[in-house]
Design a protein around this ligand. Structure first.
Ligand code: F0G
Length: 482
């Protein structure tokens, strides 16, 4: 890590970039923030950014672009077929991810749709370290089931385990024996396991999963959306790779998978996505589905400008001074909140800071969505927009019953090179205040619940007048301050 020491001894994540384009933000009064929540069904996905101060919903498509990415967008080659922009991108995929064949798609879930369409059938079982919402939705849409195989340590919030994203190898073998290899179209490994707090797996664990996949002749699919950050943490935490470059670690990981897919909205600070493989057979199985769902094979639903930004972004994923920035801020904020006693997922991972709503809102039963309530409460008192990653984000089972999440988290994403340190300190301040006033937060209930991916557009309402009580306390402590 390119850590720069301060004479004062303070541990400060110094920005290794300068700001050249800025966007004005609005911190609207708390009364307006309440109206915005009411208009948006107490669902932070449904807020309009004109009401949002710090947008920590996601890093997806919101990482800051570099000057070189912007410049590359101007040299894009507009063509339906055979665009030079595509060939530049294909070369970047070959060089950065080390795979021969590349299939473009418009974003990560489009790859999940195509892979599930090609391989998942009724009765299929897909073992994975942990699900991601869209991956699970596509697998179940095609009649498959998922099984999550993490070690128990992964669910421990207050932990120092360096690789909570590791696949439980014993359980994997057991699942294969119980269901039979023929019913397992692929094993899915997700880099920097998103929903358990952006936690990495080790290269050794991936090697062990590879060995099991080979033993039973099952495909290994790697979700590489957050692989740059996983590689960064491997360099820091796995002895064998202390001296390795991010590029070498990355290729070591992708080299173990039969098929790699990614959301470029995360991986390369751009838009778009893709699938890549060294297997001509797999390439052929997926190839036909790209024009069907996405677009011709040399754009896959992306604009040529997006492809140019993605090409440069892929190479920039190998630059440690770029990749270290978001994990550096996350570590800073996790340590600051932890010091104030706020329950957060530890160790600090990637993507964002994850508040443990199960503990912060222990007075709210899971059926009243503690993480959703915490997300709404934080927006109300600060204009900070986070994302619920708990039971609202879960889907009902096949009989229509609620399935409660293993963890109730509020994720505060820290997109690459977007925020300043004083903004991060504002987050620390307001989260701490809310923690101290947590008993004033109440539950939520659905008044509108879509059947698929309900968390995106669902509408909720508070179970009583707790938002008003929270506003009263805010005014008492902060007066007329926004
Ligand atoms: N896989 C992972 C690990 C992801 O984090 C995401 C998206 C996807 C696949 C789907 O990619 O959005 O391009 O279709 N994660 C975003 C998030 C939405 O906010 O964490 P997509």
């Amino acid at each position: 890590m390119q850590e720069i020491k301060f004479y004062s001894g303070e541990n400060i994540p110094l920005e290794l970039h300068k700001v050249r384009v800025v966007q004005k933000l609005h911190l609207v009064p708390i009364e307006r923030r309440l109206e915005a929540l009411q208009e948006g069904g107490f669902n932070t996905f449904r807020l309009n950014t004109k009401d949002v101060f710090l947008d920590m919903l996601t890093d997806s498509g919101t990482n800051a672009m570099s000057d070189n990415q912007m410049a590359a967008m101007l040299q894009a080659d507009d063509a339906y077929a055979g665009s030079q922009s595509f060939y530049r991108l294909e070369q970047a995929v070959q060089e950065v991810l080390g795979k021969k064949y590349y299939l473009p798609v418009h974003q990560g879930r489009a790859a999940e749709n195509i892979i599930s369409n090609a391989y998942v059938r009724k009765g299929s079982v897909v073992p994975m370290n942990y699900h991601f919402t869209t991956a699970m939705a596509h697998i179940t849409q095609y009649g498959g089931k998922i099984v999550e195989l993490l070690y128990d340590e992964a669910y421990v919030i207050n932990s120092s385990h360096p690789f909570k994203g590791n696949m439980n190898l014993e359980k994997l073998e057991e699942v294969i024996k119980v269901h039979g290899a023929k019913n397992i179209p692929f094993i899915r490994m997700e880099a920097s396991t998103n929903l358990i707090g952006g936690q990495p797996f080790s290269v050794q664990n991936l090697r062990d999963v590879r060995a099991i996949a080979s033993k039973y002749n099952i495909r290994l699919v790697l979700d590489a959306s957050l692989i740059g950050e996983n590689a960064f943490l491997v360099k820091q935490r796995e002895d064998e790779f202390k001296e390795a470059s991010l590029g070498d670690i990355l290729k070591e990981m992708t080299g173990l998978a039969d098929l790699v897919y990614f959301s470029a909205r995360k991986l390369s600070s751009s838009r778009g996505g893709g699938m890549c493989t060294d297997s001509l057979e797999i390439y052929r199985e997926l190839e036909a589905l790209v024009p069907l769902f996405e677009g011709f094979l040399t754009y896959g639903g992306m604009s040529v400008r997006e492809m140019e930004a993605m090409t440069v972004g892929l190479y920039e994923t190998l630059d440690e001074s770029i990749i270290c920035q978001s994990p550096g801020y996350i570590k800073y904020l996790v340590e600051a909140l932890d010091a104030k006693g706020v329950p957060v997922i530890k160790p600090a991972g990637v993507l964002g800071v994850h508040l443990n709503a199960m503990e912060i809102c222990e007075h709210i039963p899971q059926k009243e969505y503690p993480a959703g309530a915490l997300a709404a409460a934080l927006f109300l008192i600060s204009g900070i927009r986070g994302m619920e990653r708990g039971s609202v984000s879960n889907q009902r089972d096949e009989y229509g019953n609620e399935t409660y999440a293993d963890m109730e988290l509020l994720r505060l994403a820290v997109p690459r090179r977007v925020f300043t340190l004083s903004q991060i300190k504002y987050v620390e301040d307001r989260v701490t205040w809310l923690y101290e006033n947590r008993k004033l937060i109440g539950g939520l209930r659905f008044f509108y619940e879509p059947p698929v991916l309900r968390f995106f557009m669902g509408g909720l309402e508070p179970v009583n007048d707790w938002p008003q009580k929270l506003i009263e306390k805010f005014k008492e402590d902060f007066g007329e301050s926004l």
